[in-house]
Write a protein that binds this ligand. Structure first.
Ligand code: IMP
Ligand code: MG
Length: 176
């Protein structure tokens, strides 16, 4: 059996709220007069999705997808599987993917291709966290919350083995 503990508070709820307000304003300006489809990626993005959507003042549809890259490990396998597909027709739509963290970039790279194949007009990425040191494929984060170093992050939706999603702040995992 493994034991793990968590670190101290890295990013507070207040910092996240302020960032969501700023990004929400930018999205509102960038898509002024248009409708957007916000697609939250389950389950990690739930809290961030809620923060973003209430700060975007546009006509909007929300939807969710669940994808996985297998297992309870702290490293992505590189193989993406769709566990819950979109319920919305996104053809000709402005799609904003709302994700918890961009690490290798494999998940978002896959999702971008998937939304392109479904005929989306515009595809933007809004991620709470960016971990650039983990990058394996080139991917641009259009609306980025915070950059983090190469640690395993938990809290504010992000889990380790399904734990810690409910923490109202960002911290990291210490494995012993
Ligand atoms: P990527 O495909 O490697 O960019 O990773 C995407 C997914 O891996 C994220 O949506 C997370 O679910 C998970 N992930 C990557 N890094 C972390 C982390 O530091 N903590 C928790 N989950 C992570
Ligand atoms: Mg995720």
């Amino acid at each position: 059996m493994h034991t793990e503990t968590i670190g101290t508070v890295m990013i507070t709820q207040e910092e996240i709220n302020a960032k969501a307000a700023e990004i929400g304003r930018r999205i509102t300006e960038d898509f002024a007069g248009e409708e957007v489809v916000l697609v939250g990626i389950l389950r990690g993005a739930v809290l961030w999705m809620a923060d973003i959507m209430k700060n975007v003042n546009l006509d909007m549809v929300i939807d969710f997808m669940a994808v996985s890259s297998y297992g309870a490990s702290t490293k992505s396998s590189g193989i993406v599987k769709i566990n819950k597909d979109l319920d919305t027709d996104i053809e000709g739509k402005n799609v904003i993917i709302v994700e918890d963290i961009v690490d290798s970039g494999v998940t978002l790279n896959y999702l971008k291709g998937y939304f392109e194949s479904r005929g989306a007009k515009v595809i933007k990425i809004c991620a709470l966290l960016d971990k650039p040191e983990g990058r394996r494929v080139d991917i641009d984060v259009d609306y980025k919350g915070f950059t983090v170093d190469n640690r395993f992050i938990v809290g504010y939706g992000l889990d380790f083995d399904q734990k810690y999603r409910n923490l109202p702040y960002i911290t990291w995992l210490k494995e012993e």
